[in-house]
Structure formats: C-alpha cells, structure tokens
Design a protein around this ligand. Structure first.
Ligand SMILES: Nc1ncnc2c1ncn2[C@@H]1O[C@H](COP(=O)(O)OP(=O)(O)O)[C@@H](O)[C@H]1O
Ligand SMILES: CC(=O)N[C@@H](CCC(=O)OP(=O)(O)O)C(=O)O
Length: 266
C-alpha cells in the first residue's frame, strides 16, 4: 500500500487520557499489539492524550481548565503542566508498560526531532495548530522495528512550547505518512446517537450531528480529524473503546465501534 513503511500495514492509534485510566485494559491492548506485531505485517505508532490528568493537576495547582469545542485554551502558566504531564508521566507510563508487553517502545514528543512545528492560535494562548510535520524520526523508528509513543506537545518556530490537541496531532501525522488505518481509542464504545452506538457515520453527516448537539465536547475534534483523514486517503478510521483483549482485532475488522466513511449514510 502507498506510503506504508517497508510495505507493512501501518496503523496509527490515538488513545485518549480517560481510556488509559484502566491500566488492565491498557496492558491488554499493548499485549494485543505486540502479538500482532510479531505475527502479522502490521506496524503500530501511537499518539496519546491525557487531558483529564492535565486538568486534575492544573486544578491542584490552582488553575481552572478552559475548553472550547473540545480543545483546551491553554494559558502560559498552564503550559509547563501540559508538558510535564503529557511528555512526562503519561508518555513514560505507556513506554514502561509497552516494553513489558513485548513491544520495543520509544517515547517522543512533537518537539523531538522537530516532529511537529506549530503556531499559537492567538497571542495570549499556548494552544497551537500544527503547520509542519517532519516525520523522519517516526519513519526511522518504525523501520527499525520500534513502537513510537508520541506526546502531542509541540514547539513553535522560536522554540516555545505549544499544546496541541492529541486528535489534531494524530491527524497531522496520519496525513504526512499515508497510514493505512487510524484508530481512536476513547472512553466510549463509539459515537452515540440516542443512546445507541452508530456502527457507521458518513463524513457528510458529521457537521450536521455537531450542529444538532448529538456530537459535542471532546468528540468534536475526533470526528473532524476523522473527516480530514478520510479525505487525505486513510482508508479505515474507527472510534471505539478498548475493554477486552481481542477488541483491537474487532475494531480493525469494523466489528466494533463507529467506522467513519466517505460514503453517504444509507
Ligand atoms: N455523540 C457522542 N458520542 C460519544 N461521545 C460523545 C458524543 N458527544 C460527546 N461525547 C463525549 O466525548 C467524549 C470523548 O472525548 P474526549 O473526552 O476528548 O476523549 P479522548 O480523551 O478519548 O480524546 C466522550 O466521553 C463523551 O463524553
Ligand atoms: C489543545 C488541547 O486540547 N490539548 C489537549 C492535549 C491532550 C489531549 O488531547 O488529551 P485527550 O486525548 O485525552 O483529550 C489538552 O490539553 O487536553
């Protein structure tokens, strides 16, 4: 497949902060990835979030988190907390666990080897959008058999730290590498509508579901990133939780979660 690393099937996994709070499920996921890595042509890279843990620490430090359309409006005072939690404790926790599960994980952030160069949304915030991706560090790690574990914290062209939403970071990386599949692992079984999981959602319905309020909060950046990734040629995009070992295989087969599609809804 075009863009696949050494003709492997490349799967980018984005895991959200709340999904990682269940350590047993996280270990099961990492073990399943290790088994697939050993027995199939699949190669994995992971972008992680951790917004809930950032908010918990920010509050302890006396800062009140502010979100708009699912993204944090990051004050300059909050930025060191973001970097400490995302590129520090959360990134290293995943790396430690992955290495005990049979993967050979290397933890990096968007600042490492200039993976993501971003610019701030406005002068008074440290929330940024990615302008440029230099994925050579990730391509090199993958070709050597490593499992890249990526914190979305990034840098502007002057070397200042910027906070990037992890769904946006996953999208930017997926686009730059033409990955074969993009898997969002979150704390919900899929996109919910009237309390039911949608097995399929078309790109053309996404803005309508946001406008009606069916899709809100942290789900907004995820579905918007999914639409952009579909338009960039990522063929399989799924949003799901991970509860039991084997769930990853199910969601790769479209048997679990919500699969995003460019085709109109039936
Ligand atoms: N239609 C929807 N279906 C499922 N979740 C939704 C929907 N609309 C809003 N959400 C919210 O989005 C959350 C997932 O976004 P977020 O908390 O940012 O997850 P993550 O940390 O995985 O990025 C869900 O826990 C839920 O509260
Ligand atoms: C700008 C922005 O929204 N940054 C996010 C980065 C972490 C993240 O995206 O974490 P989840 O995937 O767990 O939501 C934040 O500060 O919460």
């Amino acid at each position: 497949m075009d863009g696949a690393v050494n003709s492997h099937t490349t799967v980018l996994i984005k895991i959200g902060g709340r999904a990682m709070e269940d350590e047993t499920a996280l270990v099961d996921l990492l073990r399943e990835l290790a088994e697939l890595f050993d027995n199939t042509d699949m190669r994995f890279l992971l972008v992680h979030g951790g917004g809930a843990e950032v908010s918990r620490i920010s509050k302890i430090m006396g800062m009140e988190p502010v979100f708009k359309d699912g993204k944090r409006i990051t004050s300059p005072e909050e930025m060191p907390v973001i970097e400490m939690v995302l590129s520090g404790s959360i990134n290293k926790k995943i790396v430690r666990l992955a290495n005990t599960c049979g993967l050979v994980a290397v933890g990096i952030s968007g600042a490492d080897a200039s993976l993501f160069t971003a610019s701030a949304l406005s002068e008074d915030t440290r929330t940024g959008m990615i302008d440029f991706v230099n994925n050579s560090i990730v391509e090199n790690l993958l070709s050597l058999g490593y499992f890249p574990v990526i914190s979305p914290c990034s840098v502007d062209s002057h070397g200042n730290a910027l906070n990037i939403n992890a769904d946006d970071a996953a999208l930017a990386l997926a686009r730059s590498m033409s990955v074969d599949a993009l898997v969002f692992i979150s704390d919900i079984p899929g996109i919910l509508k009237e309390d039911k999981v949608l097995t399929r959602l078309s790109a053309s319905s996404v803005e309508k579901e946001i406008a009606s309020g069916t899709i809100s909060g942290g789900m907004i950046p995820k579905v918007r990133a999914s639409v952009e990734a579909l338009k960039s040629g990522v063929s399989h995009i799924v949003i799901s939780n991970y509860i039991n070992k084997g769930d990853f295989a199910s969601l790769m087969e479209g048997k679990k979660g919500t699969t995003l599609s460019l085709e109109a809804d039936l």
